[in-house]
Write a protein that binds this ligand. Sequence first.
Ligand code: PXP
Length: 255
Amino acid sequence: MTVIHSIRLGLNIDHVATIRNARGGNNPDPVRAAMLGVESGVDGITAHLREDRRHIRDEDMARLKLEIAKPLNFEMAATEEMKSIALRVKPHAACLVPEKRQERTTEGGLDVVGQHNHLKPYIAQLNEADIRVSLFIEPDRRAIEMAHALGAPVIELHTGTYCEAVAHGDHARSSQELARLNEGAAIAGALGLEVHAGHGLDFATAEKLAEIPEIRELNIGHFIIGEAIFIGLHQAITHMRAAIDRGRSRARPRS
Ligand code: PXP
């Protein structure tokens, strides 16, 4: 029987850096946003150091590690450059994501099956350095089983397709995608993987995801930072926390 744990909320601060970089100066400071996030009750900070440094930069990562009291989740492509930065910064966790230069945001899950030979030793090195590896993947049985075989302790299920279907009012597709996420979480939980989820979540979709009993962490950025423009970061986080808690109160153990 699945035990229902509370859900951690990870705040992704990439888009504070996007706004800062639009003008080239130091404001707004993503580390300040991370600190306010921690004061407002988030359980961790997520930041994606992209190859093109379009938002978060190397010095942001170093400052986040030094100045933030909560766990740091370093989102990164599985490249040699990122591995050496991760081994130097020593974040609590590293979430491996696919990365294409032309994309506006991460477009799909990592191809863990196709990249098996590259990922196996890569993950082993991060594991050895006590960095908790999470693989950002589609809710697909083969990918989940491969993540397990690769020795990653955590997977993060890609919720982008589900959120897009909800946003387009496509009920058939959104319930199909939600069912895939639910089933993927059950498969992963049965394998002993810790399950996280993220990408594109807003209040309503985060609340819905929180009903899935195996999910232990949601990583949310763009919507919270956008909402902060209207109601402030503290309120945006408080509302998100409340939405997740409402969903969680409806989560039931699997029999
Ligand atoms: N999780 C992962 C692995 C991501 O790549 C992203 C986007 O950087 C997020 C969560 C957060 O997505 P969003 O900004 O759409 O909430």
